[in-house]
Design a protein around this ligand. Structure first.
Ligand code: PXG
Ligand code: PLP
Length: 442
């Protein structure tokens, strides 16, 4: 293993790293070379406690035997099958199993390879649906400030993160945004769902009135906004969005790329909040992050609306070479089996109270201005250094890695989302590590 651990700095230049401070990284690389269950192994041989499930995706923990074996077996048996006009049994089996655990009403699944692709697929389904129903005038898409919907053009258009949009021209036209729901000062140090801000959903009614409902195709939101720093929907907010969409014939899309597959202690956020969308976007946890895969769930009504016209014609002109590919499908099936055997889709609910107390014990640590939590997600918001936003959190991230725990930062917010197999003593270890870091970082 030792040769694999060593990469000389001048070998690092060819790879242009995604969402990374490339120059900083290449001066002081943080390399991971192995993983097992709750831990990574770093290139200098240290065990790193994974406080982020990779990038919010390794929900069952790392290198789980069932998933590894399924991939190995599938790779040796049927490596690839054309995704268009051909099939292979395992992807049909997977779709059935996914529909079994999905919220009531989600009856069909379209496969992609990432959250970004799932988002763009969902937006296209929404536009196509209205058109096949004879309502092609519904072309507008409504997202939300601070929303993250991946990095493809559809996703950044409906997304609301300025840095992800500003370089890329006019984006999709016909898009509007609702305000985000973060109300510092009102909901600070809230445990779980915040009290204030449910009425912000009424902004949707205002936007729909402005454009006229007959021009609006869909509204897309993350039930809990993850990437932008864990913004939890205020009490009643999502139900109000649902009611407004239903009233005006607008499709409601939940982007559950992070919240899906047990993150909140229920299979999906739709279950947690008791609000069912028309389209549900997933990725990440569907295959435990092991092999790229995304899945878009739709209602029977949406699916069936496309199933018209001569039967030899393609109904929906969309799909990817790797949609539902055999190895990803095998990985996803084994992932679902692992979730089921270990009760992982609901384990977060059992751990949530302990997790909440542990997180909120950081309330009095230096520079902490807010703590938020829901399910097995947490956020610790830090006071930015004057004139140097993001620097304090980034230093905390680097220091935490040196101390042996992997955390994630966005802006000056530390976001946590451990694998759902985490034990209570590991929660303590993670929180103690962060407390130490906050006590020492500038
Ligand atoms: N929608 C949501 C809600 C997401 O969180 C995507 C779409 C895009 O998925 P892909 O697979 O195309 O990356 C995401 C992804 C972070 C972080 O730490 C979040 C994501 C990805 C990487 C890092 O905030 N979310
Ligand atoms: N599939 C998966 C992956 C699950 O996690 C669960 C329950 O948690 C189910 C299916 C439903 O299983 P059962 O019918 O045994 O309740």
């Amino acid at each position: 293993m030792s040769n694999r651990l060593k990469v000389a700095p001048n070998d690092l230049s060819a790879f242009w790293m995604p969402f990374t401070a490339n120059r900083q990284f290449k001066q002081a690389p943080r390399m991971l070379v192995a993983a097992k269950d709750m831990h990574y192994t770093s290139s200098d041989g240290r065990q790193i406690l994974d406080g982020t499930a990779g990038l919010w995706c390794v929900n069952a923990g790392h290198c789980r035997p069932k998933i590894t074996e399924a991939i190995q077996k599938q790779a040796a048996e049927l490596d690839y099958a054309p995704a268009f006009q051909m099939g292979h049994p395992i992807v049909f089996e997977l779709a059935n199993r996914l529909v079994d655990i999905a919220p009531e009403g989600m009856e069909h699944v379209f496969f992609t390879n990432s959250g970004s692709e799932s988002v763009d697929t969902a937006l296209k389904i929404a536009l196509g649906y209205h058109r096949v129903k004879g309502e092609g005038s519904r072309f507008r898409l409504i997202g939300r400030e601070r929303g993250y919907h991946g990095v493809n053009f559809g996703g950044i258009s409906v997304g609301g993160i300025v840095t992800n949009r500003k370089m890329f021209g006019t984006l999709l036209t016909g898009v509007d945004h609702m305000p985000h729901t973060h109300l510092p000062g009102k909901n600070t140090f809230t445990r779980g769902v915040p009290e204030h801000g449910g009425d912000l959903a009424d902004e949707l009614e205002r936007i729909v009135t402005l454009h006229d409902a007959s021009t609006v195709a869909a509204v897309i939101v993350e039930p809990v906004a993850g990437s932008t720093g864990v913004l939890i929907p205020p009490k009643g907010y999502l139900q109000r969005l649902r009611d407004i969409c239903t009233k005006h014939g607008i499709l409601l899309i939940f982007d559950e790329v992070i919240t899906g597959f047990g993150r909140l202690g229920t299979p999906f956020a739709a279950d947690y909040f008791g609000v069912t969308p028309d389209i549900m976007v997933t990725a990440k946890g569907v295959s435990n992050g092991v092999i790229p895969m995304g899945a878009v769930f739709v209602t029977k009504e949406i699916h069936d609306a496309f199933m018209t016209g001569p039967e030899h014609l393609i109904e929906f002109f969309h799909g990817y070479t790797y949609s539902g590919n055999p190895i990803a499908s095998a990985a996803a099936l084994a992932t679902l089996e692992t979730y089921k055997e270990e009760g992982l889709l609901t384990r977060g609910a059992e751990l949530a109270p302990y997790w909440e107390d542990a997180l909120h014990s950081l309330k009095d640590a230096p520079n902490v201005i807010d703590v938020r939590n829901i399910g097995l997600v947490g956020a610790i918001e830090l006071k930015p250094i004057d004139g140097q936003p993001t620097k304090r959190a980034f230093s905390a991230f680097v220091k935490a890695f040196e101390k042996g725990c992997l955390i994630r930062t966005t802006g000056d917010i530390i976001a946590l989302s451990p694998p759902l197999i985490i034990e209570k003593n590991q929660i303590d270890e993670l929180i103690d590590c962060i407390r130490d870091v906050l006590n020492t970082v500038d």
